[in-house]
Design a protein around this ligand. Structure first.
Ligand code: FEO
Length: 392
């Protein structure tokens, strides 16, 4: 593969990983992923921005087969899907130095055993003159690790944003088509970026001071429609949640499913948007995505060995890790002879800034009276949602 010139003497080198099924041995990748690196050729120096996952070593170095000299490697992020081939790149180019911040340097030394004398440490706002190509380093911490930063290429108004604005999407297309990239980008945001909404706000504000004509992320296609990418992040991270209830449930013998079906109907009758996901076989990326704009999350579970079903615990734990902007929580559960389901789930969810507005506990198969309690819960949710915009 040959690098593709995306601006004068600026090249894109995406390595697609079409058949990768999981990221971090956890996150499903229905569309695969890609690892994007870039080359900037100034009159003084050739600079490589990031590398690729070591699993794709051959494809990555194929791009560099014609490059006799690389002077610097910018390491925006120490996670191995971008940094993993830095040791091999330094071996191939023995005079190259790694341009990165102090935190990333430390991580690359501990995680990849890069030797200290290979680094040149940069600071926030530093400018590096590659010869007619000025790289300005813009620290964007916690999107999604503490060391992450972006590089702004002043002459071409390109922002190399690393994971920020990325999408797990393997595609031969270099440039994002907004309608096609929207879902992979939202999935990526939900799984990777959502816990860091406050940092996203700060970083978006910081980047608003730059005239950006194109965003080149380290996963997925590049964004010529900068406004689209930035506005999606504003919607997901900063806007109020929507008039949407996310109902996550698991049912063993059908009793919990009855509660869920009644709740969904009662919510819809009252104008609340609903997304219902069965945790029995739900893709956790879809669960994460559904959490992005829901104002209420309802967990519905049977009782298993005196507590919630393990799949309900997993979903609650996922919510506590991803920290969506949900405002209200509710629990519905069925039981045979007792248990501590609400206490258990409340503990798991305690770090969310959301109130538990209701619970419905049903012994065995729901009766008419039980279903009326579900209707009451729907009324409570609908009242809480009155001020919210309609779910998209
Ligand atoms: Fe794509 Fe955080 O690495």
């Amino acid at each position: 593969m040959k690098p593709t010139e995306i601006a004068k003497n600026v090249y894109s080198m995406p390595v697609n990983h079409f058949n990768r099924k999981l990221f971090d041995s956890l996150i499903p990748l229905p569309d695969g992923t890609s690892y994007n690196s870039y080359l900037v050729k100034g009159s003084k120096y050739t600079v490589l921005l990031d590398t690729a996952d070591p699993e794709k070593k051959e494809q990555f170095f194929d791009y560099l087969s014609g490059e006799k000299k690389i002077d610097y490697v910018v390491a925006h992020h120490a996670e191995q899907d971008h940094s993993g081939l830095i040791p091999a790149a330094l071996e191939k180019y023995p005079l190259a130095r790694v341009l990165t911040n102090a935190k990333c340097k430390e991580l690359l030394m501990t995680h990849l055993h890069v030797k200290e004398d290979r680094f040149q440490v940069i600071n926030d706002g530093d400018k590096f003159d590659a010869g007619g190509k000025t790289l300005e380093f813009v620290f964007t911490p916690w999107v999604h690790w503490p060391e992450t930063f972006s590089t702004y290429l002043a002459e071409d108004k390109i922002l190399f944003s690393c994971d920020f604005f990325g999408s797990h999407l393997a595609t031969p297309e270099l440039y994002a088509v907004p309608e096609l990239v929207h879902e992979p980008m939202k999935r990526y945001y939900a799984e990777i970026m959502m816990p860091f909404r406050a940092n996203i706000k700060n970083n978006l504000e910081k980047l608003s001071g730059y005239d950006i004509k194109m965003i080149c992320p380290s996963h997925g296609p590049m964004h010529k429609d900068v406004e689209f990418a930035v506005n999606r992040y504003k919607d997901w991270a900063l806007s109020e949640p929507e008039n949407k209830a996310l109902v996550l449930y698991v049912s063993m013998h059908g009793s919990t499913a009855q509660l869920v079906n009644r709740l969904v109907s009662a919510l819809q009758e009252r104008g609340v948007g609903v997304e219902k996901l069965n945790l029995e076989d739900a893709d956790i990326g879809r669960v994460a995505m559904a959490m992005v704009d829901a104002a209420t999350i309802v967990l519905a579970t049977p009782t298993v060995l005196a507590g919630p079903h393990p799949k309900a615990i997993y979903a609650a734990y996922l919510a506590s890790l991803l920290r969506p902007k949900v405002k209200h929580l509710a629990v519905m559960y069925t039981y045979g002879w007792g248990g501590k389901t609400v206490e258990f789930l409340s503990n798991v969810l305690s770090n969310l800034k959301a109130d538990i507005i209701g619970q419905v506990a049903v012994k065995g198969l729901p009766t008419g009276t039980d279903l009326e309690l579900v209707d009451q819960l729907a009324i409570q949710i609908a009242e809480k949602h009155q001020a919210l915009s309609v779910a998209k």
